[in-house]
Design a protein around this ligand. Sequence first.
Ligand SMILES: *[C@@H]1O[C@H](CO)[C@@H](O)[C@H](O)[C@H]1NC(C)=O
Ligand SMILES: *[C@@H]1O[C@H](CO)[C@@H](O)[C@H](O)[C@H]1NC(C)=O
Ligand SMILES: *[C@@H]1O[C@H](CO)[C@@H](O)[C@H](O)[C@H]1NC(C)=O
Length: 325
Amino acid sequence: MRFQFISTLVSIAALAGPLLASAVPNSGLATRSNPVTTKTVKYVTSSDGLKIYADSNDNYGKPAIIFTHGFALTSAVFDLVFENPAFAASYHLVRYDLRGQGRSGVPTSAAGHASKLYADDFAAVATAFGVTKPYTAAWSYGGTVLSDITTYLPSDYLSGSIYLAAVPFLGDSLASVVHPLTLYIIPAITTPTENATDWEAGHTNFTTSIFSTPDEVPIETKWLWRGMQSSAPPISYELAISRTVDANASFALGAKGYPLQVIVGTDDLIVNGPALVDALQPHFTKLSVHYVQGGGHSTFYQNSQEVVDAITKFVTENKWTGGSN
Ligand SMILES: *[C@@H]1O[C@H](CO)[C@@H](O)[C@H](O)[C@H]1NC(C)=O
Ligand SMILES: *[C@@H]1O[C@H](CO)[C@@H](O)[C@H](O)[C@H]1NC(C)=O
Ligand SMILES: *[C@@H]1O[C@H](CO)[C@@H](O)[C@H](O)[C@H]1NC(C)=O
């Protein structure tokens, strides 16, 4: 019954794909079409027993790309990317909610946010979906997971990485790659004892600042993304943002030619694109940079087709075959 249902969906997708594509050319801002791609959800158990929400489009046999989301949000931000018919047909797409955020379990102490656990979560999700040698596509805070992976997993584990305005580190170093606004927003949305007035203002500010043209984003999307920011208790976000993550292993792999693509909007209010590129350039000998003209912090949403095309080009042209252990 289920298979019949899925095959019906696939035939609908085959018919609707070109139709939808011509109806909304290059528009990331159009209301989402009905999801026509497969989505298999799993609650994956990590090394410490925590349950990690993950889903996949089940496109086994195609190159795998595992997506990690930005701070206080969830992997649902990638809906447009996962529902892009041509992209979903070409890749095994996997995404998950980071620990302490979204639909994943919530550690109650800093020990539950150890860097190794973030690497373990990633590996558990990859294993659960039968993924080997994945690419990673990370947005914003999600970029720190590349640092966790390269520190704790074998150096030949990945095929390459995409940074969607993503950052390799947290803490004081963050100031070198983000705009001053971000340094205002982070405490505004992570201080659990803040009064409701400041808390709400901070979250509204953050949600608005994620987009370069917020007035053009449907309210359904803005409220969905804002709602995601309240999926975990306030303390969980404070623990997640203050965790220790070390980019050294990632930089060491970059020096050996590990391929990294940076995709960043020219109008990003959160991450400073040129400063991010300056910070990564000395460490990654194989760095590709794609600037999205007029793009904000969420180019994969606002400029979805351009970003999907850039990722496709990078994945086609780059595959890490180095590493040893
Ligand atoms: C909320 O806290 C801020 C300072 O953190 C203060 O200026 C403001 O008056 C407080 N608002 C309320 C309603 O208590
Ligand atoms: C966010 O806060 C900053 C700093 O106070 C302010 O300059 C900016 O206008 C605010 N943006 C929004 C959308 O509220
Ligand atoms: C990472 O590299 C920096 C700069 O080379 C160094 O100061 C720091 O001690 C290193 N961290 C670790 C944990 O090795």
